[in-house]
Design a protein around this ligand. Structure first.
Ligand SMILES: Nc1nc2c(c(=O)[nH]1)N[C@H]1C(S)=C(S)[C@@H](COP(=O)(O)O)O[C@H]1N2
Ligand SMILES: [Mo]
Length: 317
């Protein structure tokens, strides 16, 4: 578990850019002195142990994102999919500017021993926030690297105690068409909903994020609390969550209800399973020219491949 922990940030003590800038300088310095230091600096990354026998000053093979430079704050906050506001990625930030995220309640219910309603203050007290730098791969074929701030969903699940019958977790975003102009469009079955299998939800990579770049979550990125599931296409990472429900059935999700043949329940990043209308073999990293190959499970195979052993991933897309 410890290898996922990097900087633990007490929410009350966040010193915005400083956390990130110090870290970034440390990473740069570590890059010169050796792989182990570099990996420790971003210790949240999967497979963080240096490969046996690797020379001290060799660069890390870049399969985990450890050595990848995060996208800029400007990129991350001005190119957003958040259909409750707009289907135009460059328009979301402006439209979400005045979105009211306080007070906010997160209701956790269903097949649990301890259903509860948490305020953001409750969650900040209950969990110490960790920084996790994850790749985010959108199903549309672009990607970014984002330094999130948050806590493992597993921690919250431990508090509410899923009952033996709980098999899946259902997530629901806020429904507030007065504030979210895009929700007046009847093209989508609002509110936005998503789902995970319980074991996927409990995986240590699965994050409830409340910030990025050491700052509170920008509205356009899903304030005040959103899911981040880095080995799945970005649409699984549902924003502005008001309800989490433990259920015994595979829940319907917004995207699979609209186009089940295009957006399956699993939606694991997989270069070998094409979208019906385009290949998923490569992607464009925002800020880069050209394309890079897409990695199986977005590069997180070591952490998540066990979840899908024996499953046909062409069928269970
Ligand atoms: N509620 C909600 N969550 C959402 C979306 C959305 O439209 N509404 N878009 C998804 C998609 S398609 C992507 S790629 C990511 C984008 O997250 P970002 O803007 O923080 O990069 O959010 C996902 N979560
Ligand atoms: Mo996406």
């Amino acid at each position: 578990m410890d290898k996922f922990r990097s900087i633990r940030v007490d929410a009350a003590e966040i010193t915005p850019e400083q956390v990130y800038l110090n870290r970034r300088m440390f990473m740069k310095a570590a890059g010169v002195t050796g792989l182990a230091g570099l990996l420790a600096a971003c210790g949240l990354q999967p497979g963080a142990e240096p490969p046996a026998g690797q020379a001290e000053n060799q660069t890390a093979p870049d399969t985990t994102g450890t050595a990848e430079e995060p996208n800029t704050f400007e990129e991350i906050t001005n190119f957003n999919n958040f259909y409750e506001f707009s289907t135009d990625k460059t328009e979301v930030a402006g439209l979400a500017k005045d979105f009211k995220t306080s007070p906010w309640n997160l209701y956790v219910s269903g097949l649990v021993e301890n259903p509860a309603t948490y305020t953001m203050e409750d969650l900040n007290k209950m969990f110490s926030m960790e920084e996790r730098i994850y790749r985010m791969r959108c199903v549309e074929g672009w990607s970014m690297v984002i330094p999130w701030l948050g806590f493992s969903l597993a921690g919250l699940l431990e508090k509410v105690k899923p009952l033996p019958g709980a098999k899946f977790v259902r997530f629901i975003s806020i429904f507030d068409p007065e504030q979210m102009i895009g929700q007046n469009s009847r093209s989508y079955p609002w509110p936005y909903t998503e789902g995970l299998r319980l074991d996927e939800a409990k995986n240590q990579l699965t994050l409830l994020a409340t910030g990025l770049y050491g700052r509170p979550m920008p509205n356009q990125n899903g304030a005040p609390i959103r899911l981040v599931v880095p080995w799945k296409y970005g649409f699984k990472s549902i924003k502005s969550i008001v309800k989490i429900e433990l259920v015994d059935y595979q829940p319907e999700t917004l995207w699979s209800s609209i186009a089940p043949n295009e957006y399956g329940f699993y939606s694991n990043v997989n270069p070998d399973v094409s979208h019906p209308r385009w290949s998923q073999a490569s992607e464009r990293r925002i800020g880069e020219a050209g394309r890079r190959p897409t990695l199986m499970f977005n590069g997180y195979s070591d952490e998540v491949a066990y979840l899908y052993e024996g499953m046909d991933l062409q069928e269970n897309y």
